[in-house]
Write a protein that binds this ligand. Structure first.
Ligand code: UDP
Length: 239
Protein backbone atom coordinates (compact mmCIF):
# COMPACT_ATOMS: atom_id res chain seq x y z
CA UNK A 1 0.00 0.00 0.00
CA UNK A 2 1.55 3.31 -1.05
CA UNK A 3 0.22 6.45 0.50
CA UNK A 4 -0.07 9.14 -2.19
CA UNK A 5 0.32 11.96 0.36
CA UNK A 6 3.92 10.91 0.92
CA UNK A 7 6.61 12.93 -0.77
CA UNK A 8 9.07 10.10 -1.31
CA UNK A 9 8.87 6.37 -2.07
CA UNK A 10 12.33 5.13 -1.19
CA UNK A 11 14.52 6.79 1.42
CA UNK A 12 17.52 6.27 3.64
CA UNK A 13 17.34 7.42 7.26
CA UNK A 14 20.65 8.31 8.88
CA UNK A 15 20.67 8.57 12.65
CA UNK A 16 23.59 9.38 14.82
CA UNK A 17 24.33 6.82 17.51
CA UNK A 18 23.50 9.47 20.10
CA UNK A 19 19.83 9.17 19.16
CA UNK A 20 19.83 5.72 20.78
CA UNK A 21 21.21 6.99 24.11
CA UNK A 22 17.99 8.75 25.10
CA UNK A 23 18.90 10.88 28.11
CA UNK A 24 21.74 8.59 29.16
CA UNK A 25 25.33 9.78 28.64
CA UNK A 26 26.42 6.60 26.83
CA UNK A 27 25.21 3.36 25.22
CA UNK A 28 21.76 2.20 24.20
CA UNK A 29 18.54 3.08 26.02
CA UNK A 30 15.97 0.33 25.44
CA UNK A 31 12.92 2.58 25.76
CA UNK A 32 14.38 5.03 23.24
CA UNK A 33 15.26 2.36 20.70
CA UNK A 34 11.77 0.86 21.04
CA UNK A 35 10.19 4.25 20.38
CA UNK A 36 12.37 4.83 17.30
CA UNK A 37 11.43 1.34 16.07
CA UNK A 38 7.71 2.21 16.38
CA UNK A 39 8.24 5.32 14.24
CA UNK A 40 10.07 3.26 11.64
CA UNK A 41 7.29 0.67 11.64
CA UNK A 42 4.73 3.37 10.86
CA UNK A 43 6.74 4.53 7.85
CA UNK A 44 7.28 1.00 6.51
CA UNK A 45 3.55 0.24 6.94
CA UNK A 46 2.80 3.24 4.72
CA UNK A 47 4.67 1.51 1.87
CA UNK A 48 7.97 3.39 1.99
CA UNK A 49 11.09 1.42 1.02
CA UNK A 50 13.46 2.20 3.86
CA UNK A 51 17.19 1.82 4.46
CA UNK A 52 18.92 2.79 7.69
CA UNK A 53 22.41 3.89 8.65
CA UNK A 54 23.21 4.36 12.34
CA UNK A 55 26.38 5.95 13.66
CA UNK A 56 28.34 4.67 16.61
CA UNK A 57 28.95 7.83 18.62
CA UNK A 58 26.93 6.55 21.59
CA UNK A 59 29.53 3.81 22.01
CA UNK A 60 32.70 4.89 20.30
CA UNK A 61 34.10 7.50 17.93
CA UNK A 62 37.52 6.86 16.45
CA UNK A 63 38.54 10.48 16.53
CA UNK A 64 38.10 10.68 20.33
CA UNK A 65 40.51 7.86 21.14
CA UNK A 66 42.89 9.05 18.41
CA UNK A 67 42.94 12.34 20.36
CA UNK A 68 44.19 10.39 23.35
CA UNK A 69 47.06 8.84 21.41
CA UNK A 70 45.59 5.68 19.82
CA UNK A 71 46.36 5.13 16.15
CA UNK A 72 43.51 6.76 14.21
CA UNK A 73 42.87 3.94 11.74
CA UNK A 74 42.66 1.36 14.52
CA UNK A 75 40.31 3.56 16.54
CA UNK A 76 38.12 4.04 13.46
CA UNK A 77 37.78 0.28 12.98
CA UNK A 78 36.55 0.14 16.58
CA UNK A 79 34.06 2.88 15.71
CA UNK A 80 32.81 0.84 12.75
CA UNK A 81 32.28 -2.15 15.03
CA UNK A 82 30.21 0.11 17.31
CA UNK A 83 27.88 0.84 14.39
CA UNK A 84 27.36 -2.92 13.96
CA UNK A 85 26.26 -3.18 17.60
CA UNK A 86 23.77 -0.37 17.09
CA UNK A 87 22.49 -1.98 13.89
CA UNK A 88 21.89 -5.27 15.72
CA UNK A 89 20.14 -3.46 18.57
CA UNK A 90 17.81 -1.69 16.17
CA UNK A 91 17.25 -4.89 14.20
CA UNK A 92 16.19 -6.62 17.42
CA UNK A 93 13.78 -3.82 18.34
CA UNK A 94 12.25 -3.80 14.84
CA UNK A 95 11.86 -7.56 14.51
CA UNK A 96 10.20 -7.66 17.95
CA UNK A 97 7.37 -5.52 16.60
CA UNK A 98 7.06 -7.45 13.34
CA UNK A 99 9.20 -5.37 10.96
CA UNK A 100 11.32 -7.55 8.67
CA UNK A 101 14.92 -6.42 8.53
CA UNK A 102 18.32 -7.38 7.19
CA UNK A 103 21.63 -6.03 8.44
CA UNK A 104 24.39 -5.74 5.83
CA UNK A 105 27.90 -4.92 6.97
CA UNK A 106 30.63 -3.30 4.88
CA UNK A 107 33.07 -5.43 6.92
CA UNK A 108 32.04 -9.06 6.28
CA UNK A 109 30.92 -10.76 9.51
CA UNK A 110 29.25 -13.94 8.34
CA UNK A 111 28.18 -15.20 11.74
CA UNK A 112 26.45 -11.94 12.58
CA UNK A 113 24.89 -10.47 9.46
CA UNK A 114 25.02 -10.37 5.66
CA UNK A 115 27.91 -8.74 3.83
CA UNK A 116 27.02 -5.62 1.83
CA UNK A 117 25.82 -6.75 -1.60
CA UNK A 118 24.11 -3.98 -3.52
CA UNK A 119 21.78 -6.12 -5.64
CA UNK A 120 20.75 -8.19 -2.67
CA UNK A 121 19.98 -5.04 -0.67
CA UNK A 122 17.80 -3.76 -3.52
CA UNK A 123 15.88 -7.05 -3.53
CA UNK A 124 15.31 -6.84 0.24
CA UNK A 125 13.87 -3.35 -0.21
CA UNK A 126 11.54 -4.53 -2.98
CA UNK A 127 10.26 -7.20 -0.63
CA UNK A 128 9.46 -4.57 2.02
CA UNK A 129 12.37 -5.40 4.32
CA UNK A 130 14.21 -2.63 6.11
CA UNK A 131 17.90 -2.82 5.25
CA UNK A 132 20.29 -1.59 7.93
CA UNK A 133 23.75 -0.77 6.57
CA UNK A 134 26.45 -1.27 9.21
CA UNK A 135 30.21 -0.71 9.52
CA UNK A 136 30.16 2.46 7.41
CA UNK A 137 32.29 2.21 4.31
CA UNK A 138 34.50 -0.43 5.89
CA UNK A 139 37.30 2.15 5.67
CA UNK A 140 38.80 4.39 8.33
CA UNK A 141 39.06 8.20 8.22
CA UNK A 142 35.32 8.57 7.55
CA UNK A 143 32.27 9.04 9.73
CA UNK A 144 28.94 7.37 8.89
CA UNK A 145 27.72 10.46 6.98
CA UNK A 146 29.54 9.59 3.76
CA UNK A 147 28.47 5.92 3.74
CA UNK A 148 24.90 7.10 4.39
CA UNK A 149 25.08 9.36 1.33
CA UNK A 150 26.77 6.67 -0.76
CA UNK A 151 24.14 4.02 0.06
CA UNK A 152 21.40 6.60 -0.60
CA UNK A 153 22.74 7.01 -4.13
CA UNK A 154 23.47 3.30 -4.66
CA UNK A 155 19.97 2.26 -3.58
CA UNK A 156 18.37 4.88 -5.85
CA UNK A 157 16.67 6.60 -2.90
CA UNK A 158 14.62 9.78 -3.50
CA UNK A 159 15.95 11.46 -0.36
CA UNK A 160 18.41 11.20 2.50
CA UNK A 161 16.70 11.79 5.85
CA UNK A 162 18.90 12.85 8.72
CA UNK A 163 17.22 12.22 12.08
CA UNK A 164 18.83 14.27 14.84
CA UNK A 165 17.96 15.73 18.23
CA UNK A 166 17.15 19.17 16.74
CA UNK A 167 14.32 19.95 14.32
CA UNK A 168 16.40 21.21 11.40
CA UNK A 169 19.41 23.30 10.47
CA UNK A 170 19.95 26.55 12.40
CA UNK A 171 22.07 29.65 11.89
CA UNK A 172 23.86 28.72 15.14
CA UNK A 173 23.55 25.97 17.76
CA UNK A 174 20.01 26.52 19.14
CA UNK A 175 21.01 24.87 22.44
CA UNK A 176 23.65 27.55 23.00
CA UNK A 177 22.29 30.59 21.15
CA UNK A 178 18.61 31.51 21.79
CA UNK A 179 18.70 33.91 18.81
CA UNK A 180 19.51 31.05 16.38
CA UNK A 181 17.04 30.79 13.48
CA UNK A 182 16.00 27.62 11.67
CA UNK A 183 16.22 27.43 7.87
CA UNK A 184 13.24 25.95 6.00
CA UNK A 185 15.34 25.34 2.91
CA UNK A 186 19.01 25.60 2.05
CA UNK A 187 21.05 24.89 -1.05
CA UNK A 188 23.93 22.42 -0.93
CA UNK A 189 26.21 25.33 -1.74
CA UNK A 190 24.97 27.37 1.25
CA UNK A 191 25.55 24.45 3.60
CA UNK A 192 29.10 24.02 2.33
CA UNK A 193 30.04 27.69 2.02
CA UNK A 194 28.57 28.67 5.42
CA UNK A 195 30.19 25.57 6.93
CA UNK A 196 26.88 24.69 8.65
CA UNK A 197 28.14 21.24 9.70
CA UNK A 198 24.91 19.38 9.03
CA UNK A 199 26.84 16.42 7.70
CA UNK A 200 30.39 15.87 6.46
CA UNK A 201 31.17 17.93 3.36
CA UNK A 202 31.82 14.77 1.30
CA UNK A 203 28.27 13.54 2.05
CA UNK A 204 26.72 16.89 1.07
CA UNK A 205 28.76 17.00 -2.15
CA UNK A 206 27.70 13.46 -3.10
CA UNK A 207 24.03 14.37 -2.64
CA UNK A 208 24.52 17.59 -4.62
CA UNK A 209 26.19 15.77 -7.52
CA UNK A 210 23.34 13.24 -7.63
CA UNK A 211 20.60 15.83 -7.04
CA UNK A 212 19.21 13.99 -4.01
CA UNK A 213 17.61 16.19 -1.33
CA UNK A 214 18.59 15.95 2.34
CA UNK A 215 15.83 16.37 4.93
CA UNK A 216 16.97 17.25 8.47
CA UNK A 217 14.41 16.66 11.23
CA UNK A 218 14.05 15.65 14.87
CA UNK A 219 13.72 11.90 15.41
CA UNK A 220 13.31 12.52 19.14
CA UNK A 221 9.65 13.52 18.86
CA UNK A 222 7.43 10.49 18.50
CA UNK A 223 5.49 10.28 15.24
CA UNK A 224 7.56 13.03 13.66
CA UNK A 225 9.24 10.82 11.04
CA UNK A 226 5.89 10.08 9.38
CA UNK A 227 4.76 13.69 9.74
CA UNK A 228 7.86 14.97 7.97
CA UNK A 229 7.41 12.42 5.19
CA UNK A 230 3.99 13.95 4.61
CA UNK A 231 5.60 17.40 4.45
CA UNK A 232 4.08 18.44 7.78
CA UNK A 233 5.80 19.69 10.90
CA UNK A 234 9.19 21.27 11.22
CA UNK A 235 12.28 20.35 9.20
CA UNK A 236 14.93 21.74 6.88
CA UNK A 237 15.29 20.62 3.27
CA UNK A 238 18.66 20.91 1.54
CA UNK A 239 18.35 20.68 -2.23
N1 UDP B 1 33.78 5.00 10.97
C1 UDP B 1 34.80 4.82 10.04
N2 UDP B 1 34.48 4.67 8.71
C2 UDP B 1 33.20 4.70 8.25
C3 UDP B 1 32.16 4.91 9.21
C4 UDP B 1 32.49 5.05 10.56
O1 UDP B 1 35.97 4.79 10.40
O2 UDP B 1 32.97 4.55 7.05
C5 UDP B 1 34.12 5.07 12.43
C6 UDP B 1 34.64 6.43 12.89
O3 UDP B 1 35.58 6.21 13.91
C7 UDP B 1 33.38 7.06 13.46
C8 UDP B 1 32.73 5.89 14.14
O4 UDP B 1 32.94 4.82 13.22
O5 UDP B 1 33.66 8.09 14.37
C9 UDP B 1 31.26 6.02 14.46
O6 UDP B 1 30.55 6.67 13.42
P1 UDP B 1 30.02 8.22 13.55
O7 UDP B 1 31.08 9.08 14.17
O8 UDP B 1 29.52 8.60 12.22
O9 UDP B 1 28.82 8.06 14.57
P2 UDP B 1 27.66 9.14 14.92
O10 UDP B 1 28.33 10.43 15.23
O11 UDP B 1 26.79 9.26 13.72
O12 UDP B 1 26.95 8.51 16.08
Amino acid sequence: MTNSSLRYKKILLKMSGEVLMGDAPFGIDTKTIEAVAEDIKEVVAAGIELCLVIGGGNIFRGVSLAGQGMERANADYMGMLATVMNALALQGALEKIGVNTRVQSAIPMDAVCEPYIRRRALRHLEKGRVVIFAAGLGAPFFTTDTPAALRTAEMGCDALFKGTSVDGVYTADPKKDPAAKRYDTLSYHEVLSKDLRVMDASAIALMRDNKIPIVVFSIRERGNFMKVLKGQGVFTTIA
